[in-house]
Design a protein around this ligand. Structure first.
Ligand SMILES: Nc1nc2c(c(=O)[nH]1)N=C([C@H](O)[C@H](O)COP(=O)(O)OP(=O)(O)OP(=O)(O)O)CN2
Ligand code: ZN
Length: 159
């Protein structure tokens, strides 16, 4: 079975290294689809749509009417501080592909127990930036767990 929930927000970003327009600060009406696969439980649901919304609502709220900034884009970060503008820093460039990756990491960090409890097998996200372009990314829960364990081991060694 598959279930999906859509999220929408207005945001701005730029790709500083781009040479064909996207280096300029510009806005998108972002649309994100989060699709989960797994068996249907005894209550006839894979996972309650409302629970998917609850998990991602804080992230979408933080991104709405905000500027997404790559942590390496120090010029834009300075401008955000100067303007006291709402912004959200990502650990990598603000491409559609990386936003998909970030959403999956966010779900892993904030809802792994829930996903395991509901026997979700995989997460598929689709991020639409404009009418004509989107990126998708799919990760299995087993891959996510392995990633989290690796991260924990790496953190333990750097302490
Ligand atoms: N693989 C990717 N390519 C591009 C990304 C991206 O995230 N991943 N992002 C951009 C720009 O930020 C922009 O959002 C998209 O630009 P564009 O393709 O020009 O979108 P339009 O809808 O305006 O396209 P038209 O064909 O002009 O209508 C660029 N590339
Ligand atoms: Zn863009």
């Amino acid at each position: 079975m598959k279930v999906a929930k859509r999220f929408r927000w207005e945001g701005a970003h730029r790709l500083p290294w781009h040479t064909d327009g996207c280096q300029n600060l510009h806005g998108h009406s972002y649309q994100l689809w989060v699709e989960l696969s797994g068996p249907t439980g005894e209550n006839g649901m894979l996972l309650d749509f409302k629970d998917i919304k609850k998990v991602l609502a804080p992230l979408v709220k933080a991104w709405d009417h905000a500027v997404l900034v790559a942590e390496t884009d120090t010029e834009l970060l300075k401008a955000m501080e100067l303007l006291k503008s709402k912004h959200y820093t990502l650990p990598y460039d603000t491409t559609s592909e990386n936003i998909c990756r970030y959403v999956i990491s966010y779900l892993a960090e904030n809802a792994l127990d829930l996903l395991l409890q509901q026997q979700v097998n995989s997460i598929h996200v689709k991020l639409q930036e404009t009418e004509s372009c989107y990126a998708t990314h799919e990760v299995s829960i087993a891959e996510l767990q392995a990633e989290i364990n690796e991260k924990r081991v790496a953190e333990a060694f750097t302490l």
